[in-house]
Design a protein around this ligand. Structure first.
Ligand code: ZN
Length: 380
């Protein structure tokens, strides 16, 4: 919702002077901070997961803020638990063949990337062919400096370096009070208690992001992936990774999959047990839903390593699609009833059947999903 160039955004934001609007459009992003309590314990997860038996119950390493477990032959998932620390923030993983390894994600800090590299070195000494950011968001890229410092080539969507500079470079050196003033104003202008709560949550999260970004030396991927040239295969020696790009979450989304083992590293195109995060100016609800339809068409025993939340099977894709369905259904009713976009964005009600599904921050998740749907339908 912080992208004020679209229709259907909150009035408080869209009335801001252009410089601030542009700044905000470039500086919004959530962390996984509020999701941790919703993590499902692995045994419970394995029981409900079609592919659960393929995921190792015992991690090879567990540091609290993240653990690493085997999800296939030479395939590992790094799963974050932000309630225990912000070092990794997002999930990732690594693929280890006979000739080389591929690491996934730059994580929320260099400490997070170091943790994953150490885990990789516990199982193999093969050369590291590359690391890869699944997209530009801070919780997937603030640890890039680790790769820079270790001479590891860093791959990402061709637009990722630009988006990092525009979003986070712009935040560095900016006056914090000036940067956050529009969000403070949005709180003051709230017409309902609910709206106020959502705007306050938003300010809290943007403040977190501002602090993290200003405490980080930015490092940019040096190996651009041209989406027009995908899919691309990476031979690691007896293990072939396929790199693909799909629309939905950020405009820079790249996935890595191993079709021979039906394992998919989705980045933030999948949040497992969590509502989708749609705030990005280049997020597209209809495009994302199309992508999920594709994921659903893959092997019924697929293992998905999501950007956030626990490892899942096709049931995780089905739930995520159902969440989009429900948001759309409620938004459609409000749209038909003539509820303005700015009001509708606060009025979604989590149904009983989804009461255990986490929402990171309303204004990064539900509100922009509704705003984008309204924009697709023609805002009122
Ligand atoms: Zn993201």
């Amino acid at each position: 919702m912080l992208d004020s160039t679209r229709k259907g955004d909150h009035q408080a934001v869209s009335l801001l002077p252009l410089s601030r609007r542009r700044f905000l459009a470039k500086t919004s992003y959530f962390g996984a901070f509020y999701a941790a309590a919703k993590l499902i314990p692995l045994p419970a997860l394995a029981a409900q997961m079609t592919a659960g038996s393929r995921v190792s119950q015992t991690p090879i390493v567990d540091k609290g803020f993240a653990s690493v477990r085997k999800v296939g032959e030479g395939l590992y998932a790094t799963i974050s638990d932000p309630s225990k620390g912000f070092q990794t923030l997002c999930n990732g993983g690594f693929l280890v063949g006979k000739d080389g390894a591929l690491m996934i994600e730059g994580f929320g800090s260099a400490t997070g990337a170091t943790f994953q590299m150490d885990a990789l070195r516990m199982v193999s000494q093969v050369p590291i062919k590359a690391a890869l950011d699944t997209h530009y968001h801070f919780d997937h890229s603030m640890g890039n400096g680790f790769y820079a410092g270790n001479g590891i080539p860093l791959w990402a969507h061709a637009n990722t370096p630009k988006r990092i500079v525009e979003s986070y470079g712009a935040m560095q050196g900016a006056d914090k009070a000036v940067a956050l003033a529009p969000l403070e104003k949005a709180i003051k202008d709230s017409k309902t208690e609910l709206a106020r709560k959502h705007r306050e949550e938003n300010l809290g999260m943007v403040t977190n992001i501002f602090n993290i970004v200003n405490g980080t030396v930015l490092a940019l991927p040096n190996h651009p992936i041209d989406p027009a040239k995908l899919p691309m295969k990476m031979d690691l020696g007896g293990l072939t990774a396929v790199i693909e790009s799909y629309p939905g979450h950020s405009g820079t989304d790249i996935i890595v999959r191993v079709p021979e083992q039906s394992v998919v590293y989705t980045g933030d195109l999948l949040f497992s047990g969590l509502y989708p995060v749609c705030f990005d100016p280049q997020a597209t609800v209809s495009g994302w839903r199309q992508t999920l339809k594709t994921f659903a068409s893959w092997d019924k025993d697929s293992v998905f390593v999501p950007g956030h939340g626990p490892v899942c099977g096709q049931e995780g894709i089905a739930l995520f699609r159902a969440l989009f369905d429900d948001i759309e259904e409620q938004a459609q009713k409000m749209h038909k009833a003539g509820v303005p976009a700015t009001e509708a964005a606060d009025l979604y009600v989590v149904p009983e059947k989804h009461k255990n599904v986490g929402i990171f921050v309303w204004d990064f998740s539900i509100a922009p999903a509704i705003s984008k749907l309204y924009a697709e339908w023609g805002a009122k």
